[in-house]
Design a protein around this ligand. Sequence first.
Ligand SMILES: Cc1cc2nc3c(=O)[nH]c(=O)nc-3n(C[C@H](O)[C@H](O)[C@H](O)COP(=O)(O)OP(=O)(O)OC[C@H]3O[C@@H](n4cnc5c(N)ncnc54)[C@H](O)[C@@H]3O)c2cc1C
Length: 624
Amino acid sequence: MKFEKYDIIVVGAGHAGCEAAAAAANLGNRVLLVTMDLRLMASMSCNPAMGGIAKGQIVREIDAMGGCSGVVSDKTMIQFRMLNRSKGPAMWSPRCQSDKMMFSAEWRSQLERVPNLDFWQDSVDGLLFEGDKVCGVHTFMGGNVEAKAVILTNGTFLNGLIHIGEMHFPGGRMGETASYGISEQLREHGFEVKRLKTGTPVRIDGRTIDFSKLVEQPGDDEVTGFSYLPHEPIAKQRSCYIARTSLKVHEILRKGFQYSPMFAGRIQGVGPRYCPSIEDKIERFSDKDSHQLFVEPEGWTTQEYYLNGFSSSLPDYIQYEALQAIEGFEHAKIYRPGYAIEYDYFPPVQLHHSLETRLVHGLFFAGQINGTTGYEEAACQGLMAGINAHRLIHDEEPFVLSRSEAYIGVLIDDLITKGVDEPYRMFTSRAEYRILLRQDNADARLTEKSYQLGLAKEDRLQQYLKKKQVVAEIIEFLNGTSVSPDTINGFLETHGTSPIAQRAKLGYILLRPQLNLFDMIDGLEMLREKYDLSDRFVRECVQEAEILIKYDGYINKEYDLAEKLNRLDYVKLPADFDYHTLTSLSFEAREKLNKYKPETLGQASRISGISPADISVLAIFLGR
Ligand SMILES: Cc1cc2nc3c(=O)[nH]c(=O)nc-3n(C[C@H](O)[C@H](O)[C@H](O)COP(=O)(O)OP(=O)(O)OC[C@H]3O[C@@H](n4cnc5c(N)ncnc54)[C@H](O)[C@@H]3O)c2cc1C
């Protein structure tokens, strides 16, 4: 096969690969996306959902940058919920159930509309090198394809091995072949390659579930969605359901422990601690009589349901028997059993913050291949790798987001400075500046930056600037307008808060915990006339203004802290320095600094085992 020479080749069209290809091509590069099966783009290997706690914030950030995951999620959602609504806005996390098949189809349609992007269905089995540079890939059918940069996003496919009870067989996902050649070749080039594992639950035929025995979980009344671009919310939603395991279910599952590939030691890879299999949960929390399960529809029209919380690699007949012991599933039939998969990953300390590998110039890794788990975690790495591959081949500085700018910055910094020894997923607790990294303000944090990079388009920028202006006007009005006791005391009393004795500013009154701005607009004529709450855009601006007024103190405190700590990130460390020569550093610090080669003093300070005393030594050494 005769291929043209590309700027960038993306290997794999999972969540990382799709975002990488879209970003790289939208930035004007000639891009080839090579993937094993073009029908399975951004396939949801596990649960049919996007977003969730901390992950929802990532989808909003991807969207604010001009990535596609948010738009695709909005177009294909079948249910929407804003999680953690009862907590502070730093914790609000959008999550949707997706129509799994539509999700893949919509991604494909988005990508087929991107100019400069070509597709090739094939398996990459090796990379082409020129000295210490990558210069293309070799594919199983097509042969060599040349490019200036390559982004690997192979997901769970590298030497993938599927386990169900005592049975195990090669595969990248159920029904798909594994990928061979790349790990072996890169190991020869000096890369460290390790194993991880993950698992997925049974898929059930909904026609055989007795939903009357389950607790229904409908979507929110208000569907805000993910994208900052104007879009119509879905008019109807599908419900999820809650079920529970019981001691009887646990007893049946225990019968299968002797055949478990995990307990028998046949699985060597480490699994996700925060997303354990049902057998893991029973073993680790043996005092618990029951575990909660979520029954999630896989689409608008299909009867297939996903049983969240019941991930297992026990023999299929044990999974089946245990399933039928759950209330509501007595007559359940399954489409397929749960399984576990082991795969190769490359410990991410081998990367720069741009996601380019340290060993091979022009080679980038993104997604599960870096030891992460989750669609959102993969997608945001793909976006950043796409941007940085573009910047590398145009001799531009890498684009790196800091920990105070985005969850994406937290994720990549964690990967590179701390590495992973189990599948890494994002949590709000990983971020030190949670009140800055809210789901509502990802556009304020990122859209202008992305526009300057050339990725976010004019319509996105204008949408953000319009919102910024309206929010500022609302805040100015509330902070500048005072009301008399006569106007507001009736409203205050009905909302359980004390009346005022003299005129007070509306913004000041809003600080009371019993009040929110929507109720104030509803209850006070002077505001009702001004703000039309039936307009989605106005509601979005009102929400933002309320957060900025109520949390002003916390937000400023975090900004100050972030600014102080970010200063360490401006202090560059020499790339090829041998830290063993700095004997005033602790031995552990010398070892770790030589191993991880941090690029800045800030990165060095976040490596575990490096103490503030070591940072002082480095600062003195650098003449600071
Ligand atoms: C069984 C299972 C259970 C999971 N459970 C969870 C879970 O509970 N929670 C969670 O958050 N995440 C889970 N995941 C992980 C989630 O699916 C991934 O994190 C996410 O899909 C990773 O995205 P990615 O883009 O890195 O890779 P993937 O989505 O895996 O996509 C990789 C793509 O690369 C292609 N590819 C691979 N090798 C080659 C090659 N050599 N040549 C050409 N194309 C290639 C594949 O065809 C595929 O399209 C699970 C995954 C699996 C398989």
